[in-house]
Design a binder for this molecule. Sequence first.
Ligand SMILES: *Cc1c(COP(=O)(O)O)cnc(C)c1O
Length: 242
Amino acid sequence: MTRAASPETQSIIRDNWLRVSAQVSEACVDCSRDPSTVKIVGVAKYVDAALTAQLVQAGCSIIGENRPQLLWEKHQWFLDQGLEMPLWHMIGHMQRNKLRRTLPMLNMLQSVDNWRLAEELSAEAVRAGRKISFLVDVNLTQDATKTGMMRDELLRVSEQLVQLPNLIWRGLMAMSSLQADSATISGEFSQVRELRDQLQQRLGDSVDLSELSMGMSGDYRQAIEQGSTCVRIGTSLWVGVI
Ligand SMILES: *Cc1c(COP(=O)(O)O)cnc(C)c1O
């Protein structure tokens, strides 16, 4: 199923990576931010393991997947090929019954979208004897088609979240509304940052919520302007490949 990428494909992927990296840096400079403060997660859900490996080889060290099965397959493929592992981030809704198998491969679970998942993640991390970083996926637009915790729920459970053993809560993840105009998108990202600030103030020194995972191929500029520390770029990295 997974075949090695052709040299043409490799060079397209490398060019895409260089272009996206430059665009993200440029967006930082445009709003007087240091480009080193924004990480790029290369979202590889559109492609197979071989193409994912090409992106890693081009320089992308963090790979985002939204389905556990795909992550398992790719992780195994990287192992079989003896390739250097990227850091794997889960960015999609995670079912509790997939946690045990996924946890050993994960560097971060960006998509904790309910309290029970956090509890179970903590239990599995304790069981595995490791700590795991996570973000809370927030849904501030009350959009029923999106996953994510609503503001009130998050505020209600935040003190308990900090206390769950073996978890390191690093911040929030969010998506903007589909097809919203630029000003609306900026407003949404700004609300996410304000919620983070509010949580940080409430929780004090017990936690460091400095990570804001916001921005995709279509809205990374607004996200960076509003304080994103992690953009999740998929489509722009696979132009000419898929
Ligand atoms: C697919 C996906 C992305 C990447 O979106 P693009 O528009 O392809 O850049 C980012 N975040 C999440 C949660 C995704 O599912």
